[in-house]
Design a binder for this molecule. Structure first.
Ligand code: HEM
Length: 180
């Protein structure tokens, strides 16, 4: 994944727990990089190792780490680094979610090696949608839940996110029903 992902984990940890804890997490993960370059590629395994080590050091389930990371990604990383792109995604939560399938194709124009997930949307109602999520990466559904909650905060529209189909439990792909 692009370095910006590891960098965002670093920011999240340092802002909440300080530099020493971050150094401890890197040591536990066996990550020796001093800095992550946002636009350079790093192995996915490094990101997974950082999340696993954060879970160990902070004594928090990995799913909670990923969910916090999802919120941070929307509210801080995407907003501060790519505010115009986020603004173009939609003016309301509903609009943003309906447009979500096209989002990463715009990101790909500036990050050409992006290997993004695929989203498609069904059951579009006034106050809910069903989000289908497909990725070649495993175990990131709590990250998606955090992303949805982050979007809820972005639009001051509190959400309830139901993980309605779970690939890890044998479903064809993950599905989330988002209600607000
Ligand atoms: C401008 C804002 C955004 C940027 C710059 C961005 C960029 C990225 C990058 C760099 C990755 C790592 C994959 C790679 O490096 O190949 C990624 C992954 C991901 N993005 Fe985005 N993204 C943005 C917004 C969003 C939004 C709004 C959502 C959904 C609400 C989202 C959902 C995801 C998910 C779930 C992954 C995990 C990878 C996977 O599932 O395989 N992203 N994105």
């Amino acid at each position: 994944m692009y370095g910006m992902v590891n960098k965002a984990i670093e920011e999240l940890v340092i802002s909440g727990y300080g530099e020493d804890i971050w150094e401890q997490i890197k040591l536990t993960a066996g990550v020796e990089e001093e800095v992550f370059v946002s636009t350079e590629g790093y192995p996915d395994a490094m990101t997974y190792a950082l999340v696993g080590a954060a879970s160990e050091v902070l004594k928090m389930p990995a799913s909670d780490v990923l969910e916090s990371f999802g919120k941070h990604w929307i509210l801080k990383t995407a907003q501060n680094g790519y505010g115009d792109m986020m603004a173009a995604g939609g003016k309301t939560l509903r609009e943003f979610l309906v447009n979500l399938p096209d989002f990463h194709s715009r990101v790909s124009m500036i990050l050409p090696h992006l290997a993004p997930p695929k989203f498609y949307i069904s059951d579009i109602e006034e106050k809910s949608v069903r989000i289908h999520y497909q990725s070649h990466r495993a175990g990131l559904s709590p990250f998606v839940v955090g992303l949805m909650k982050g979007l809820g905060e972005r639009f001051s529209t509190p959400v309830i996110v139901e993980h309605a189909a779970d690939k890890a439990a044998g479903a064809d792909h993950d599905e989330f029903v988002v209600r607000w």
